[in-house]
Write a new protein. Structure first.
Length: 268
């Protein structure tokens, strides 16, 4: 069954503020595949598990109509409250019960969300709603993350990882799909024409505040916070250490956040 981890209004607000959009390399990987399969230009793209809409906005630049779906009403409200192009709309619904007619969807995407779904039921829905020749692009960023800034990148990454590793101890079991580079999700995709790319590297422009906010937005941290009242102190101390390592005082100081994506691509 699906796992719901981002339901609360407060968590949704943090998620909207600090989660980053798909990086340029991931975007180009997906777009190149869709062009290769002649899946674009297209009428309708559906972004499943869209959260507060970071990936949905990217799709809005390339499709006539884009619908973001999520099981969380709070996340969808955050998405609706964020300015977007007129061709984007949002719906509250489970990933396993999409309100689209059979064969009506040209492209189906999911950004860093599919590991929370009931995988088999979601794949049956993907098979049902995609038109013949339609494509699926199911991606996630992995836990391979590092920071880059001037000459202190190694020290910054060490500080980040010390905090990140403590938070990851509270990870839900479904993170196993991410740790496996979406191998199980790839195998479950019911299209013979498919591939999995595991070495997509993106550098995301962020700030020190953004890096700490990203960690706060994760399901692992939210579980940690419920279990241990020192969770907030850990983030405060980590931010202080990052600033000290960089020799700066402003939380708005820019850093590069390096992430590795994996992407499962398939054509029906």
């Amino acid at each position: 069954m699906a796992t719901q981890m981002f339901e609360g209004k407060g968590h949704a607000a943090v998620y909207q503020k600090y989660r980053f959009a798909p990086g340029k390399e991931l975007q180009q990987t997906i777009l190149s595949y869709l062009r290769e399969k002649k899946a674009i230009p297209a009428e309708l793209a559906v972004d499943v598990g869209c959260g507060s809409g970071q990936g949905t906005h990217f799709l809005g630049e390339h499709f006539k109509k884009v619908v973001g779906t999520d099981i969380s009403e709070a996340q969808i409200q955050e998405a609706k409250d964020t300015p977007c192009t007129p061709n984007i709309s949002y719906l509250v619904c489970p990933a396993e019960e999409l309100p689209f007619a059979a064969g009506s969807v040209d492209v189906l995407t999911s950004f860093t969300a599919a590991h929370w779904f009931d995988i088999q039921r979601f794949m049956r829905e993907a098979q049902r709603v995609l038109r013949p020749g339609g494509c699926a692009a199911i991606s996630t960023y992995t836990l391979d993350m590092s920071l880059r800034h001037g000459h202190c990148s190694q020290q910054l990454t060490r500080v980040f990882r010390e905090c990140w590793d403590k938070i990851l101890k509270y990870s839900n079991n479904r993170v196993k799909y991410v740790l496996d580079d979406y191998k199980e999700i790839f195998e479950a995709l019911p299209f013979p024409d498919k591939k999995r790319i595991i070495d997509i590297y993106d550098s995301i422009p962020m700030t020190v505040e953004g890096v700490v906010g990203y960690m706060e937005s994760t399901s692992s941290y939210q579980t940690f916070k419920k279990d241990d009242p020192t969770a907030a102190t850990l983030l405060q101390e980590t931010e202080k250490r990052l600033l000290e390592t960089m020799g700066v005082s402003s939380r708005e100081t820019p850093v590069e956040f390096l992430v590795r994506h994996v992407c499962v691509l398939g054509c029906k």
